[in-house]
Design a protein around this ligand. Structure first.
Ligand code: GRG
Length: 308
């Protein structure tokens, strides 16, 4: 595989953007709602979650077609809804996200809530209407419902709210992050394995329990590393650099890795998770020559922060 992660991201970013835009643009729904949904969907997200699924599929030699692009985009609809709701005055109360005004600042609170609701439900509609293999559609819906809901991201958000103003024990903070941020990233990897198992008879067979275990260790450590990085950047970058209010975690008295471990401790924890993910994915390559770990290795390395 000659392709670098940057080439890969440049190529698929455009395709994911187009897929998401089309999914909403073609809805027969009031223009105002559509505008509010499209506003946040096209506000410059990095598309980390669908990109991660595509990297899993590509690492296993799966060709990407239009149907797969729709399937992998569903999680981005959920992610976008979660950010719109997270920014609301009743939650984190943010005016800016990705350098732009938050959804409720442009469309008002009511419309922002509804745009989030509509994106959330659209994700499941997309999976059921665009997956020709019905059993695969069902399995993806089942997994996405689990990671996005009360026992996943929403549950994590509740633990986050309950933890405000307290210094949580590290295990509790980790559990909260594992659900709030980790669950969708975990889905991004696991859904890639599911797609392989259902769509590619030959390659899908490669994914035995041992291989799956390594991928899921990668997914879990990727999720934790992603959050530790986010916590570090919140205190080391400016609002302009972040595109959202810096220092928000301290202002809202949230438990973060730098608060509990110190900045150096948080950076060490980040390196530990990146190494764990990297080793897990390297083990797949050792046992499965058909698998090329390059993209997934590069992907997790993008979570490093500069040492100071
Ligand atoms: C409202 C149910 C509900 C859940 C919200 C995801 C989430 C839960 C809150 C977001 C708060 C936050 C900043 C979490 C840290 C990790 C995170 C999800 C960062 C944003 O994800 P990126 O960097 O965003 O992938 P882009 O802008 O690239 O799409």
């Amino acid at each position: 595989m000659k392709q670098t992660l940057t080439d890969f991201q440049n190529h698929y970013r455009l395709l994911i953007d187009q897929t998401l835009f089309k999914l909403v643009k073609t809805l027969k729904t009031p223009k105002l709602l559509k505008d509010a949904m499209i506003y946040s969907l096209t506000a410059g997200g990095k598309r980390t979650r669908p990109m991660l699924t595509l990297a899993v599929l590509t690492s296993l030699n799966q060709k990407i077609n239009e149907e797969i692009l729709k399937m992998v985009s569903a999680v981005e609809l959920i992610h976008t809804y979660s950010l719109i709701h997270d920014d609301l005055p009743a939650m984190d109360n943010d005016d800016f996200r990705r350098g732009k005004l938050t959804n409720h600042k442009v469309y008002g609170e009511g419309m922002a809530i509804l745009a989030g609701d509509a994106l959330l439900t659209l994700a499941f509609q997309v999976l059921t209407q665009n997956t020709s293999n019905e059993k695969l559609g069902f399995e993806l819906v089942k997994l996405l419902a689990k990671v996005a809901g009360a026992i996943g991201m929403v549950g994590g958000q509740v633990l986050d709210i309950q933890g405000e103003g307290q210094r949580l024990p590290i295990e509790q903070m980790q559990k909260m992050h594992h659900l709030k941020t980790g669950a969708l990233l975990f889905y991004a990897v696991e859904s890639g394995l599911l797609i392989m198992q259902f769509l590619d008879q030959k390659q899908g067979k490669v994914i035995n329990e041992q291989i799956k275990k390594h991928f899921l260790i990668y997914a879990e450590s990727f999720g934790l590393a992603f959050q530790i990085r986010d916590d570090i950047l919140d205190i080391t970058k400016t609002t302009e650099e972040l595109g959202k209010t810096a220092g928000k975690d301290i202002a809202m008295e949230k438990s973060t890795y730098p608060l509990l471990l110190g900045l150096t401790g948080a950076k060490d924890a980040l390196i530990q998770e990146i190494t764990k993910a990297s080793e897990a994915i390297a083990s797949v390559e050792k046992t499965q020559p058909i698998f090329n770990s390059k993209l997934l290795q590069q992907f997790v390395q993008t979570l490093k922060v500069e040492a100071t």
